[in-house]
Design a protein around this ligand. Structure first.
Ligand code: SF4
Length: 305
């Protein structure tokens, strides 16, 4: 049987999916449920290459490929695997992978160059926060300096996505979290910034922190944090809230789908959109209608993640 990776970024929906490792070698982030209960494992090179041979039996024709699971670049044979994929499927023009910031910050540049030469083109990395206290609170296992170092190195060879998580510091640290995250983005200069809003998944360690160390953001808090981030990011990057966790809802449907655009060129229109939504939230809440965040919707069973 073909070994499918259980997760892939939304932008890889049409990609060939190739599982190089199983699970996450860190697996300690307090908010993450992705690979809980799955023992980390390097797949045998022969098995990965065999999956590549059979790829057209399982996927429609594609020009893009994604390597899973959470940190495949630590596989000792990763360069050879990417080379084999390119040889077998020369029509592929984009090969991407998830990567841990810690791994990239420590990886010798020669290895990154070898991966680029083999055909790897884009890395998806979870920053979540640029604030030291928040990173520690959620056991991310990185420091802001690691994220700056990883960004500086990786962007020499690849397109880089940094994922960030609004609400992760709670109401208590919201502004600091936004300011320090923007600061890391300004120094790491990722090609894309993709936003997820903290949505507490049942059974994750962060669940026990809610109401103690972390107070969840309401709709207005979420918009304020997003506004601070966008105001403070000064480098060129494509900023997108391309995930349902960013949406805001009333009982009759979504009223906010996040903001998307090039920074700094589209900053003003993105900020305007946030300001308009803030006014709508204010009016709705004055009239007694509560605006629902992803956490409310998830608890009600109205969205899945
Ligand atoms: S967020 Fe990423 S690094 Fe953290 S446990 Fe989940 S998969 Fe692993």
């Amino acid at each position: 049987m073909y070994d499918f990776p259980p997760f892939r970024p939304p932008s890889e929906a049409g990609s060939y999916l190739i599982r190089v490792v199983r699970g996450c070698n860190w697996n300690r982030c307090a908010f993450c449920a992705m690979y809980k209960g799955l023992r980390f494992e390097l797949r045998r090179k022969e098995d990965v290459l065999r999956d590549i041979d059979r790829i057209s039996n399982y996927f429609p024709h594609s020009r893009t490929a994604f390597l899973g699971d959470s940190n495949p670049l630590i596989h000792p044979d990763i360069v050879e695997i990417v080379e084999y994929l390119k040889k077998k499927r020369p029509e592929i023009d984009r090969i991407t992978a998830y990567a841990r910031i810690k791994t990239i910050s420590k990886m010798p540049e020669e290895r990154l160059r070898a991966l680029k030469d083999a055909g790897l083109t884009r890395l998806h990395m979870g920053l979540e926060s640029g604030d030291r206290e928040v990173l520690k609170l959620v056991s991310k296992g990185i420091e802001p300096e690691d994220a700056i170092e990883a960004g500086k190195k990786a962007t020499k060879y690849f397109e880089v996505t940094y994922y960030i998580m609004t609400g992760l510091g709670g109401r208590e640290r919201s502004r600091k979290h936004a300011i320090n995250t923007a600061e890391v983005i300004n120094r790491a200069k990722p090609t894309f910034v993709r936003v997820r809003n903290l949505t507490v998944i049942e059974g994750t360690p962060i669940e026990n922190m809610i109401g103690r160390e972390i107070t969840l953001l309401d709709a207005m808090g979420q918009l304020e944090e997003l506004r601070t981030l966008i105001e403070r990011i000064k480098v060129e990057t494509f900023f997108t809230c391309d995930h349902v966790s960013n949406y805001l809802f009333t009982r009759s449907g979504a009223i906010f789908y996040g903001v998307h655009g090039k920074l700094p060129d589209e900053r003003e229109s993105m900020l305007e959109q946030i300001e308009d939504t803030m006014k709508t939230v204010e009016v709705l809440e004055k009239s007694g209608e509560r605006v629902l965040t992803s956490n409310d919707m998830y608890k009600l069973g109205l969205i899945t993640l």
